[in-house]
Design a protein around this ligand. Sequence first.
Ligand code: COA
Length: 171
Amino acid sequence: MNRAAMYAGTFDPITLGHLDLIQRAAVIFPRLILAVARRPPKITLFTPEERAAIAAEAVQNLRNIEVELFDGLLVEFARRCGVHVLVRGLRAFSDFEIEFQMALTNRKLAPDIETIFLMPSEDYSYVSSSTVRQIAELGGDVQRFVPPCAWAALQQRLCRLQGKGKSQGDH
Ligand code: COA
């Protein structure tokens, strides 16, 4: 039995909440692919390559985690990787509706692929990448929400953007 799983997201940037979920999934699955969406349906602060590099650095001390960029349908990418389990996080009840819709749509597209849900620690149930970006842009300290590599990348990017007189941009 192929015991690989895939955890997909935008990871703009990866947070401690994502890492908490990754650690939980890595206990269950001997191989976990972190699938970084190249073109998510939202404007990102970091380029796809940057998001993947930050995520890769954040998981470098964890075993059996691979970081891959993907385009197109997630289920097709999972199939190409030989993965039949998608891992998603449920932080709060408010996540449920969109997750339910995504899981059922993915099941229609690919009945051979199952979605499983894990709950991150309640310490991170309120964390999201966009709140982290917003706090950082407003000069707040986000060190407690993100791994050090993401914090450094945020500092660097925001300094550069502020230097250009721009607050956020797509790449
Ligand atoms: N801890 C902290 N934050 C978390 C989290 C956790 N455990 N889990 C999710 N989040 C946050 C993310 O940071 C993100 O916050 P943001 O929107 O404020 O930046 C938000 O919750 C949603 O993130 P996530 O659940 O990772 O989804 P996503 O929108 O980033 O990624 C894809 C969604 C990429 C998986 C989805 O769009 C996809 O599969 N795209 C490919 C195309 C496709 O197949 N479409 C059909 C799908 S039905």
